[in-house]
Structures are given as structure tokens and as C-alpha cells.
Design a protein around this ligand. Sequence first.
Ligand SMILES: Nc1ncnc2c1ncn2[C@@H]1O[C@H](COP(=O)(O)OP(=O)(O)OP(=O)(O)O)[C@@H](O)[C@H]1O
Ligand SMILES: [Mg+2]
Length: 276
Amino acid sequence: MMALQGVRNFTRRDQVFNFMIDSDQLVPDTSKGMILYVEDLSVSFDGFKAINDLNLYIREGELRCIIGPNGAGKTTLMDIITGKTRPDHGSVYFGQDIDLLQYSEPEIARIGIGRKFQKPTVFEQHSVFENLELAMAANKRVWPTLTAKITPEQVDRIDEILLQAGLMEMKFADASLLSHGQKQWLEIAMLVMQQPRLLLVDEPVAGMTHQEMDKTAELLQSLAGEHSVVVVEHDMDFVRSIASEVTVLHQGSVLAEGTMDEVQANPEVVSVYLGE
Ligand SMILES: Nc1ncnc2c1ncn2[C@@H]1O[C@H](COP(=O)(O)OP(=O)(O)OP(=O)(O)O)[C@@H](O)[C@H]1O
Ligand SMILES: [Mg+2]
């Protein structure tokens, strides 16, 4: 302790702070064009193989849809990527170099993987703007500058995401006044404020109107490119409207991959899932 203070003039608070910055500053090596490598992944719950020798690769900036019947392992896969569930074997790498299995759930979030659960969890008593401000404060990469007053650049950043998420006219409204769809977009926007490289979104359009689904497709498409986005969804019209590459999971493994047309023409996919 004394030695550290002597060398870098640390205070106790700085040390805690520096520790927090560490996982923030890990930058995945995506020089091969891949942001996520999942290989030979398996996990069992009471002898039941929820994930079974699964291999999945996500390219940097792509928008991937994952579909599959109930119990196929889609949510469990997200649980493993985000550090919520530990696999029995296999590997999960963020870029070529970051072994995600070595990090805790909060560290993985700070490394740059944002996850959206099905139920929106916005701060109802705060305005839309305040929700985004709070999300920004939770990002340790911008926290040092958010001590006293939000900067004009940060206000611009919030306005940018408000426009992108179609929430500009609700900027100063309490989040409790938002529709179900608008709450989902706000939550996605809050995740984006934390500048994740990879966004995992589980069943975003459940309970949405068709119009809201179209806007959600548009929002997720606009986020791809700058971010890599993985969407789990059951609604086939929605998946088709996103028109991205589709991975079909079945019994914890990848059954098929390709465009929506390709997987829909696959007899195995039809018999286990789409034919229902
Ligand atoms: N923590 C857990 N403990 C025990 N069993 C679990 C656990 N998590 C998932 N399972 C089981 O693993 C299997 C895969 O579940 P998972 O939630 O990943 O499926 P899913 O593809 O997301 O399904 P859905 O489309 O219904 O959301 C299911 O049989 C589920 O009951
Ligand atoms: Mg699920």
C-alpha cells in the first residue's frame, strides 16, 4: 500500500477507481473481422444438456438473429456469454484475445457486452433524458467527466440516441408515460449509452404492435455497423424484416445458418421449428 502510494501517489479511492477502469479498457482484437467466438460450448442442468457442443461466430458490426423452439438454449447461450452462467466446457472469446470465461458478469458488461432482457427496466419516475443521463453515468468510460455537470457533448450524445430511438418528443416526459414499445427503445438506448461493442437482445418485440415492431427493426439495423447486435426472437415476420443472417438453435446446438429464405427451405428446420 505504502509503496503504491509512493510511486503513483494513489489515494484509496483512486485504486478502487483504477481497478474499475481495467476491464473497461480491454479492447478486443477484431483484426480477423470477428467479435465473438463460441466454441465447443456445453452446459448441463441436472443432467439435461441445455447447450450441447455449440459453435457460433459473430462478425464485427453484424446483426444476427437467433431463432429456435422453446428450450433450444437461446437464453442460456446469452447467460453464458454475459457471465451469468458458467459452461461445463468450451470457450467464449470476445475478439481473438479476451477469454470471457475469466471475467465476472459486471466485468463482462464493462468490457463492452450489453444485454437487454425481455422486461423493460427503466426508471419510471425519471424523465427519458434522466434515464439516459443515469445510463451514461454507469459507463465508467465517461464517469470521470460526469462528476458535477453534464457537458454539451454529452447532451449531444443523448440527443443523438433520442433521435435514433424515436424518443425525441418524449425527452422530458416521465418514463412511466411511455408505451410498452417506447420503454423497450429507451432501454436499448440506455444500453447504447454505455457504448457496448456487442449488444445481446432477447425477444425485443414480444407484446409490440406491428408498427412498433417495424420501428424496432429499424432501430436495431441502425445500431448494427457501429455495434455488433445479436437478437433472439420468435416472431418470424420480424426476423424476416430485419433480413440478416439467421442461426437456428435446436437442443442446444446450431441446426442451420443462413438467410431467412435458406433456413426456411431447410427440411430439418421446418420439422423441428417452423413447421409447427
Ligand atoms: N438455470 C437453469 N437451471 C435449470 N434448467 C435451466 C436453467 N436455465 C435453463 N434451463 C433449461 O435449459 C433449457 C434451455 O432453456 P433456455 O431458456 O435457454 O431456452 P430458450 O431457447 O431461451 O427458450 P425460449 O424460447 O422459451 O425462451 C430449458 O429446458 C430450460 O428449462
Ligand atoms: Mg429464452
